[in-house]
Design a protein around this ligand. Structure first.
Ligand code: TXA
Ligand code: MG
Length: 318
């Protein structure tokens, strides 16, 4: 079982902050639900979050900041974002905005998208933790994929206890449901996920109408997003490679004749492969190769999310 650390002790917050600063993973309280935290600028830490949650896809994560100024260093704000931030931050609102090119947030955390979901949590423990780590924290709800979001340390322990070593216990979450997610990266502001900050509140603060994602019963808006794909063709389960194709390999698999090979993980570690995936795709996308061949990637654990991503990428540019 993980260490359940009372958050009224400064020493405990320091211990968790150290773990996070060293690419570790820990659960922490926010006013909405408990988050499974990782240094959002570290691909490997972010890959571990996906693995621990056992998500079959890379559904992008919310990035938590100390304040709006810090958040707006990573995303391009606009008038609506500024008004919403003034009214609802710190608090239970997540805004999806265009990612700044200079942002050092892990590409994996936003599943390679051109946008980032940002939030400034109000919980004092979350605030102290973010300040102490000195980095934004990527944090999905601290439950296994498809299970109910946790509103107490005991819920987290029940769902993920065998997979994490630390839970910072801040008591029961006051809000108890996940933050409202709004997409204000486009000209029509859209509510992607409903929470305690409702349409009327948003419209009053922003002075504009919001539309709603029309799909029925959306659980994870991330799955509706058009996914990032390289602009050059990508082939999966390759056993040969063309002269002008780049090769993405994994472990000890190599293909004779490949001129340019990038290995996702020489040691055959799927978490490391996930951490490298988006970086490698971006890198090859801006190269002179005319296509990308990818060797077969094992379909276990986080390998499922890697394969899901690769299949979407291959399908999209057909
Ligand atoms: O209250 C909350 O928001 C909690 C606490 C821990 O902050 N976090 C949370 O995270 O609920 P998670 O990962 O369980 O949900 C994040 C949601 C997902 O539905 C995801 O699809 C969406 O936010 N999301 C993240 N980045 C996005 C993006 N760039 N565009 C659209 N949706 C995004
Ligand atoms: Mg969730």
């Amino acid at each position: 079982m993980p260490d359940i650390l009372e958050s009224f002790s400064q020493e405990n917050i320091v211990a968790v902050a150290k773990e996070l600063a060293n690419a570790g993973i820990a659960a922490f309280p926010t006013e909405t639900v408990y988050g499974l935290g990782a240094d959002a600028t570290n691909d490997f830490a972010v890959a571990k979050v996906y693995e621990i949650k056992n998500r079959p896809t890379f559904n992008p994560l919310i990035i938590h900041f100390q304040n709006a100024d810090e958040a707006f260093k990573h995303v391009v704000s606009n008038d609506i974002a500024i008004r919403l931030a003034e009214k609802f931050w710190p608090g239970a609102l997540t805004m999806v905005l265009p990612r700044r090119v200079e942002s050092n947030i892990s590409l994996l955390a936003s599943a390679g998208l051109a946008t980032l979901a940002v939030r400034v949590p109000a919980h004092s423990v979350a605030q102290k933790l973010i300040a102490m780590v000195g980095k934004p924290l990527a944090a999905p709800s601290a439950n296994a994929s498809g299970k109910i979001s946790p509103t107490s340390a005991a819920h987290v322990a029940k769902s993920l206890g065998d997979k994490i070593s630390m839970i910072l216990d801040g008591g029961d979450c006051k809000v108890g449901i996940e933050s409202t997610v709004v997409d204000i990266s486009t000209t029509t502001p859209t509510i992607l996920r409903h929470g305690t900050i409702v349409r009327e509140d948003l419209e009053a603060a922003a002075g504009v109408k919001f539309s709603e994602a029309t799909e029925i019963g959306i659980k994870s808006p991330g799955q509706l997003l058009s996914h990032y794909s390289p602009s050059i063709p990508i082939r999966l389960n390759a056993i040969s490679v063309d002269a002008d194709e780049a090769l993405i390999s994994f472990g000890d698999s190599h293909i004779a004749g490949a001129k340019h090979t990038v290995n996702l993980s020489l040691s055959g570690d799927l978490v490391e492969a996930a951490a490298n995936l988006f970086k490698v795709m971006h890198q090859l996308d801006s190269s002179h190769y005319t296509g990308i061949a990818v060797v077969k990637i094992p379909d276990d654990g986080i390998g499922r999310a890697i394969n899901d991503k690769l299949r979407r990428a291959a399908h999209q540019n057909k």
